[in-house]
Design a protein around this ligand. Structure first.
Ligand code: RP5
Length: 163
């Protein structure tokens, strides 16, 4: 795998079933990533260490997923000037996921987190690839092909239902 340029982190191993979709898309695009568990509440010092050293390790964007009182994406965004994409995870004891969504979405001015939909880790992977693809020609080309494939799918579905 190529050198990690995207950091994928999650609050718990239980988030992996969702967060692996970000990794899968990055695999498809040939974008190198690192993946680990960092809990804002259970391992706060690990979170500080991760966020403050990510840029030095060559990371260019961070995808952070968490559920419930989902403070990980926002706290990581407070500790780094790298772009942070937040994935609200619908954890089993959540109030329909609204807790996760609102904890990640409502960031104060100056500390943005690009929040995707509930369990939207694939879109987080796409957005991270697009950040990398804005300066990496090869990744950019693969993303263009991916977008064209979406277009073809819709056009072929349209043909199938047109009378
Ligand atoms: C959050 O609490 C995690 O991100 C996870 O979504 C949720 C539940 O964690 P576990 O109790 O399954 O470890 O911190």
């Amino acid at each position: 795998m190529s050198k990690p340029v995207v950091g994928i982190i999650m609050g718990s191993q239980s988030d992996l079933r969702v967060m692996k979709e970000a990794a899968e898309f990055l695999d498809e695009m040939g974008v190198g990533y690192e993946l680990t568990i960092v809990s804002a509440h259970r391992t706060p010092l690990r979170m500080v260490e991760y966020a403050t050293n990510a840029r030095k390790r060559g990371i260019k964007a961070i995808v952070a997923g968490a559920g419930g009182a989902a403070h990980l994406p926002g706290m990581v965004a407070s500790l780094t000037s790298l772009p942070v994409i937040g994935v609200p995870v619908k954890s089993s004891n959540s109030i329909d996921g609204w807790d996760s969504v609102l904890s990640i979405l409502q960031m104060p001015s100056g500390v943005p987190v690009a929040t995707v939909a509930l369990d939207g880790a694939r879109n987080a992977g796409i957005l991270a690839a697009q950040i990398i693809g804005s300066s990496d020609k090869e990744v950019g080309k693969k993303l263009d092909k991916f977008k064209q494939s979406l277009q073809r799918k819709v056009e072929s579905a349209a043909k199938n239902i047109e009378s």
